[in-house]
Design a protein around this ligand. Sequence first.
Ligand SMILES: NC(=O)c1ccc[n+]([C@@H]2O[C@H](COP(=O)([O-])OP(=O)(O)OC[C@H]3O[C@@H](n4cnc5c(N)ncnc54)[C@H](O)[C@@H]3O)[C@@H](O)[C@H]2O)c1
Length: 374
Amino acid sequence: MGVVSLIGCGFVADLYMRSLQAMDGITVAGVYDQNSTRLVQFCAHWNVPLVGSLEQLLDQHPRDGVLLNLTNPSSHFEVNSACLAAGCHTYSEKPLAMNMDEAKALYAQANAAGLMLASAPCSVLGEAAQTLGHALRAGIAGAPRVIYAELDDGFVPQAAYKKWISESGAPWPFGDEFRVGCTLEHAGYYLGWLISWFGSVRTVVAASAETIPDKEGTGPYAPDVSVATLFFDNGPMTRLTCSIVAPHDHQIRVVGDNGVLACKAAWDNSAKVTFAKRMTLRRRLMESPFPKTLKLSQPTHPKVKRWGAAAMNFMLGPAEMLDAIRTGRPSRLSNDFALHMTEVTLAIQNAGETSGAQAMTTRCTPMEPMPWAM
Ligand SMILES: NC(=O)c1ccc[n+]([C@@H]2O[C@H](COP(=O)([O-])OP(=O)(O)OC[C@H]3O[C@@H](n4cnc5c(N)ncnc54)[C@H](O)[C@@H]3O)[C@@H](O)[C@H]2O)c1
């Protein structure tokens, strides 16, 4: 189906390689990492071509392929910009950049060059998100009135994270994760779903705080808890929480006139999507204790077995871009989508204690569903 090259081959790169093995016809042209020990270890483990410099990687990368920027967030702007300057369609791990000025500069650079610039996560293209989107479009729950979405990871600073080692031997980068923060790292997992269904967020009312300042590693640390209320141009009011403090909870619930659509796992493409009809039993109003599992009628996409916290196909995003390039159609993971998701995420991350309401300056249309979810 196409060719990718990888820049950065740390913890997450192994999840991409595991996913790539599930996809037909995607090959790796080359891999580069500034850490040569890690680069050798990764390329030997996966038997993929090692490239000695970024310049060489960009030089040899086919222009109808996709460059995957899997570096640490502090390198995203510089590496994304270099990929675009070399004329390459770019899929960046989240966030696109660490601030809005840099994100807007990348967006302008990509548009001026007629290139695709997409941001992870791509779970929005996965079965669970598409099934929930299909149920919304079919009006199964009636008009959606409010959404609660949680991305709480448990009390991570007390977890045994030093034992979290990737398949080819990269340690989980806890210092970097704590400095970047769980909002920049994770809000996109549900923001992507929400923006794909409803389009632009008009206003963000949020607060964020660092509640565990004595985390291991070297600061300064980002907020470890955030709570946001999102107002869409065309969607229900939504509460989104992110934390590495509150007990693990990754559910999303869409409350409609007829009942509640729900999914309990953001990081599992095969997670069950359910509908609990609202009813009155004697004098009691309740949602059915026996929710119905919703399924799409067509086969969806290749699945990847759980590894660590995730059971996601990380290659759905790059595959979407490759297919768009090959067939000359727009990618669902559009440049507008990436920029808008970044703006909303940064607004939540940077909200702090007193920022109040933040009007969004970017816009994005709802996303075309995958063909098997029409
Ligand atoms: N760790 C996870 O479970 C996970 C899951 C999903 C997404 N992500 C995202 O993936 C990205 C990478 O995370 P990770 O956990 O793999 O980090 P990591 O620290 O394990 O790996 C990052 C790699 O990028 C390399 N790198 C950094 N700057 C570079 C540059 N300028 N040029 C070349 N190589 C460079 C580093 O040497 C390192 O090997 C982050 O954006 C993160 O948000 C991580």
